[in-house]
Design a protein. Structure first.
Lengths: 279, 325
């Protein structure tokens, strides 16, 4: 019997997992092409990180006292984390735009595994995070920031930041799949990130905060990853002996946070996605 | 003759609204089948069920030997769909769209690129291949969307209102493309709101209303039922009944009076207009306006259901919109 389409000839050549990864990478490639053309995205990925680093370093640099280390060394890992956290908003906006435009119907009518739309979005955001981190590191380098914790620690530091961005993207995906329009997704995607990133040790030492805020800041995952990054890049913060576990063991706390976030939000996003695309 | 598409007793309800009410249809292989009906009659819902995008509450659907409801993934491998809203990625170029979709249709990279270029050439889009789709005209988008549905060379193609919103030139171009596909052996199910379009392309037409097929046959058979062309005369309100009487003898069907409008189904064209003018002149009825026109979808509806197509549009518009969400 003649094949009824070209697809029928090829589809049986590989298993489900292969096709899921294949479809995810095609969607990731497509999302990266879209990003390349979107000046807003270019601004977020390239210009904003540079502005943030320069702004905080020169405007607040002299005004904020962080003890021994210079504010710049203190600040740069904080800005890394904040900027990477915004990957969550990108996932929210991107996925919502796909779900509310006609393209999702096209994807649904294809023999592809539609979960690839979700995975592809997050893979593409991961690539963006790599670019963003690279640009921020260069800018930091230009104003005198140096990595002084050794090569291995620095690699672990960057990997931890990327894993963090990937986790935030799953929270963003869940938000993007829960709201009705890209405009709402944009607002909702960013709204929670500002208090989260500012109520942490990213820009100021937590000791300066009032007690109730301090408790929140100390257990904020942002604080853990910022502290971990500072340590891994060679600018450990002084930790008081009575500081909570999260500050005594920032790397371990970060890993626990990342596992928790992924265990909750990956299935949640997948479930919302399936519901949104089911017939 | 073998059957390429078979739908049996499809039912789909959205709460109180019945979108499909036991719809049945059979499409012969290698032909164009036209699904004709006004907005909200259930055309899009039917296409969405047959293309696996929507699960019906009950009924069966077989496409090219594959059970659409039991084996949707296999079904998606063997059919093409071009929807009402051209669903291509606006932020990619034409060629990027086709390569992406080719890869998702499981074509190896090289083959996807070759196929994309072939299709762009075939649909007269090669000059625009590297432009972002946002800059395309409506007709170009439709052609790209149709090209996308042909990437895997499917035997079966579903086209949901392929020419709605197109200018006359783009519409003609689309008709030609569809005709060529059928000449190559593709089976096409298309939905349309235009009788003329179904007439041009389809071997067999099903008229649907409120989720049911209410008439089926070739364009000629349907037209005989509707009564071919009609003469529409406007007279004074007072004289409209008299005018209807005067014209009854030359009519090929039932003369309909609506206010000061008198509609007379005829066969024979222009000569009949002369005849009508004479008949009215003899009856001493003053003609305000007279014209000969071809039957429209509304006429088909009026003669098949006794109500206008437009009335249904208002009542049932909600159903397919819900389905699209």
């Amino acid at each position: 019997m003649n094949p009824r389409s070209i697809t029928e000839q090829y589809a049986s050549k590989h298993g489900k997992i292969y096709w899921l990864l294949h479809d995810s990478s095609v969607i990731a490639w497509r999302n990266l092409l879209r990003f390349k053309r979107n000046p807003e995205v270019l601004f977020f990925d390239v210009v904003q990180p540079i502005i943030f680093i320069l702004l905080f370093a020169y405007v607040f640099g002299g005004a904020i006292d962080v003890g021994d280390s210079s504010y710049r060394s203190f600040l740069i890992p904080g800005i890394f984390v904040q900027t990477i956290a915004f990957a969550g908003a990108s996932a929210a906006i991107g996925l919502n735009a796909d779900m509310t435009s006609g393209i999702i119907d096209r994807f649904k009518s294809l023999p592809m595994n539609t979960t690839g739309v979700l995975l592809g979005q997050n893979f593409a955001d991961l690539v963006r995070s790599v670019i963003t981190l690279f640009i921020m590191s260069l800018t930091g380098f230009a104003i005198g920031w140096r990595i002084s914790g050794g090569f291995t620690n620095a690699v672990i530091g960057y990997l931890l930041l990327l894993a963090f961005g990937f986790s935030m993207a799953w929270i963003g995906s869940t938000i993007g799949l829960s709201v009705s329009s890209p405009q709402v997704a944009s607002t909702a995607g960013f709204a929670w990130l500002f208090p989260l990133t500012f109520l942490s040790n990213a820009f100021v030492p937590t000791e300066t905060l009032p007690t109730w805020l301090r408790f929140f800041a100390e257990w904020n995952p942002i604080t853990s990853i910022v502290a971990a990054a500072r340590y891994l890049f060679g600018y450990p913060m002084q930790v008081a002996p009575d500081a909570p576990f999260s500050l005594q063991h920032p790397i371990l706390t970060t890993v626990i946070w990342l596992v928790v976030i992924n265990v909750i939000f990956m299935p949640l996003a997948a479930k919302k996605f399936r519901k949104a695309t089911s017939r | 003759m073998s059957i390429a598409i078979q739908a049996n007793n499809l039912v789909k309800k959205y709460g109180e609204v019945v979108a499909l009410d036991g719809l049945c249809l059979e499409v012969e292989q290698g032909t164009v089948f036209g699904l004709l009906g006004p907005n909200g009659a259930g055309k899009t819902t039917t296409v969405r069920v047959l293309t696996t995008l929507l699960n019906p509450d009950s009924g069966t659907a077989i496409v090219d030997g594959v059970d659409v409801l039991k084996d949707p993934v296999h079904a998606r491998e063997i059919m093409g769909l071009s929807g009402q809203n051209a669903s291509v990625d606006e932020n990619l170029t034409g060629i990027e769209n086709l390569i992406m979709l080719g890869r998702l249709f499981r074509l190896p990279k090289k083959e996807a690129v070759i196929r994309a270029n072939d299709l762009l050439e075939r649909f007269n889009l090669n000059d625009a291949a590297k432009r972002i789709v946002k800059t395309y005209s409506g007709g170009m988008r439709r052609r790209l969307d149709l090209a996308a549905s042909l990437i895997a060379k499917p035997n079966i193609l579903f086209l949901d209102e392929p020419t709605t919103g197109l200018d006359p030139r783009s519409r003609l171009m689309m008709w030609e493309v569809i005709q060529n596909l059928v000449n190559e052996g593709t089976t096409v199910l298309l939905t349309t709101q235009y009788l003329e379009e179904a007439d041009q392309l389809a071997k067999k037409i099903a008229v649907i209303d409120k989720g049911k097929v209410i008439a089926q046959g070739s364009a000629d058979e349907l037209k005989t039922q509707v009564g071919g062309e009609r003469i529409e005369v406007v007279v004074s309100l007072r004289q409209s009944q008299a005018a209807a009487q005067a014209l009854q003898s030359m009519s090929s069907g039932k003369v309909v009076v609506e206010g000061d409008h008198v509609q007379v189904p005829v066969s024979g064209g222009g000569v009949k207009v002369v005849e009508a003018v004479r008949a009215l002149d003899i009856a001493k009825i003053e003609i305000k306006e007279i014209q000969l026109r071809r039957p429209t979808l509304d006429d088909v509806f009026l003669s098949l259901t006794g109500h206008h197509a437009e009335e249904i549009k208002v009542e049932e518009d909600i159903a397919p919109k819900k389905g699209r969400r």
